[in-house]
Design a protein around this ligand. Sequence first.
Ligand code: HEM
Length: 289
Amino acid sequence: MKTSRWMEVVNLCLLSCLLGGGLAYGAEMLLRGFGAISTVQAFKEFGVVVSPHWQEYSEDFISFVNGVGRLYLPVIVGVPLVFLIHFVAIGPKGFEHRGRRISFYGLFTRFLHWMCALFFSLVVVSGLMVVFAKALGGGSLVLSARTIHLFCAYGFMVFAAPLFLIWVKDMFPAPYDIKWLLCGGYLSKRKVEVPAGKFNLGQKMWFWLAFVGGAVMFYTGYVVSGLSLPQAQIAGYVKIHLILGLFIVALFITHLYMSLFAVKGSLRSMISGYKWEEEVRVLHSRMLK
Ligand code: HEM
């Protein structure tokens, strides 16, 4: 492997650490403002899943929650690992940054996207802190993570709703999406024109999972946090929330890899609003036609 590729791998690892570390540090700083209470008190207040009452209610439910909870670790370690292997073995796609620039994302769209990104990232980090509550020692840290989780979910929904309306018309499946899948989708590094319009099938899947899945997560989380339904129903909502969350976290990591590392210039397009002609011709060939 060429030295420059190793440098890119080192950069990738450093960036991932910086991004993850930065988010964790930011969340930690935010959480400190909430003050400290004892672990016992925190778990008591947080009692939806861990209170003795629930233990009495259903052993099955507790073991289900713990079982799904344990799947989160393989997802947050395994998915980035697969992408690291992809990055080392195949590498990012790069395009010439000259020629015509094509307008891709308007100013308002970019603003909404970055607000969604901010709130969603905090929702994911704080949600994972709740999932790994015991490993983190519980207490005010986890309880406050839960508060941030709820607060940021509202923030996400406020910005996600108009962004959904702006993007939805370009996100319906098209016949050529199947061809995109068959020709290797994201994994191929060849610079042959792939059949995709403004968004390819992978981007469309992320869109529907993030926005419709995000709305389902919001609703189920809202119901669970209110604790006003009978326990059997709340248990159902917790299950949906936990299982759907697994897929959302996996695709969120995928979105980060694709937009930050796999396609060079992708991040710049979400900052400037423009893409260079070669990238659009290869990755979004139908758009130009
Ligand atoms: C820190 C978090 C995030 C980063 C760094 C990020 C980055 C990006 C970038 C660079 C693009 C442009 C891709 C391209 O056209 O080449 C993009 C597009 C997009 N983002 Fe994000 N994003 C983040 C979070 C989110 C969230 C939370 C959502 C959903 C609610 C989201 C939904 C989308 C969608 C639907 C697109 C267009 C299709 C696609 O490229 O996947 N992003 N994002």
